[in-house]
Design a protein around this ligand. Structure first.
Ligand code: DAH
Length: 335
């Protein structure tokens, strides 16, 4: 028995403890309820009476040995851990850079447009992205077979043969929000309507199936083409600088009469070109009738413009798809 205890002590001495896992293995092997020390004490009954005093003493010293090896190792490991922690807490080290997010270039452009319109006294209004045929087309004076209703351009959510059930589409422009606003609110109305629009177009550097527009609507008594021109020019100057070169051309839209398009001159070192930035016009009386506004009493103007188009101009971006790819290398340039 005494030999066995000697062997156990040797085992305890030679057990190497350098990690927390090894410390736990040591505890399980020697000090736990089923460990070697406890099972040794369980054998005490088999020891002849006259040897019990000696064996008991030897067992106790083996137990104390295991206990002190354990405690010593535990203390040593704790100290190393504390040292590691102190090394990391060196307050003289420079801080790790903390990356901040930033607004998407489209959001930045939209925010700037909004702030210009706020200055001009416009409020903001929103409408659904899934529209019915009435608001997206019919109320805006699109004739029944107008090419814009074609499946080439429009994403249909529901196409119906039942005359009592309308087609549902992903709105192809923000103009239907004009109708929703006029249905709800008696003029005077002075509001902008920003949002996503969808068109079933082939994806290329120049076009995408989703983009953003800002619609503007001004309805009151005695609103004239002169008011429209004045507002367009003020907007262009605030957006692109007071020395912006612009031109207004006659255009055509089913929902305005007359219609105007605005181009701005985009100068480059090698020359430059005219770029169309928006469509506009005086609200057609048919549109007022569809939306429940009295065309005898009120007149108004409207316009619509693409947010991407303007962001592309301002930042000289050559591929519209970069706006939607969330490539951090692209986005970081707009911090
Ligand atoms: N809805 C037209 C489009 O998507 C843009 C537009 C043109 C809006 C003239 C208007 C407007 O309000 O008066 O191309």
């Amino acid at each position: 028995m005494l030999d066995k205890i000697k062997a156990l002590e040797k085992e305890i001495h030679s057990f190497e403890i350098t990690t927390d896992e090894e410390l736990e293995t040591f505890r399980l092997e020697f000090l736990s309820r089923n460990g070697k020390i406890q099972s040794m004490f369980k054998n005490m009954g088999k020891v002849p009476k006259e040897e019990r005093a000696t064996v008991g003493k030897a067992m106790n010293s083996a137990k104390n040995l295991a206990q002190s090896v354990f405690e010593e190792a535990q203390q040593r490991l704790n100290q190393t851990a504390a040292k590691d922690l102190n090394a990391r807490d060196d307050i003289t080290l420079p801080p790790q850079p903390y990356p901040l997010g930033s607004l998407h270039p489209l959001t930045q452009t939209l925010e700037e447009m909004k702030s210009i319109f706020y200055r001009l006294g416009f409020t903001i209004s929103h409408g659904p992205e899934i529209e019915d045929d009435f608001h997206n087309f019919t109320a805006l004076n699109f004739p029944p077979n107008h090419p814009a209703r074609d499946e080439q351009d429009t994403f249909f959510v529901r196409k119906s043969d039942d005359p009592d059930m309308q087609d549902l589409v992903l709105r192809t422009h923000t103009s239907p929000v004009q109708i929703r606003l006029m249905e709800k609110k008696e003029p005077p109305i002075r509001a902008i309507m920003p949002g996503r629009v969808y068109r079933n177009e082939a994806v290329s550097p120049k076009s995408y199936f989703l983009f953003h527009q800002v619609e503007a609507l001004y309805v009151d008594e005695n609103v004239s083409v002169a008011d429209l021109k004045e507002t367009l020019i003020t907007f262009a100057k605030l957006m692109f600088g007071s020395d912006v070169k612009y031109r207004l051309r006659p255009g055509f839209f089913p929902f305005t009469e007359p219609s105007l398009e605005m181009d701005i001159w985009w100068g480059t070192p090698s020359g430059g070109k005219w770029l169309e930035i928006l469509g506009s016009g005086m609200v057609d009386p048919n549109v007022f009738k569809s939306a429940g506004v009295d065309p005898e009493k009120y007149t108004g103007f409207a316009w619509g413009m693409g947010v991407e188009r303007i962001a592309i101009l301002r930042h000289e971006i050559d591929d519209i798809r970069t706006f939607y790819q969330n490539d951090i290398r692209f986005l970081e340039q707009f911090n």
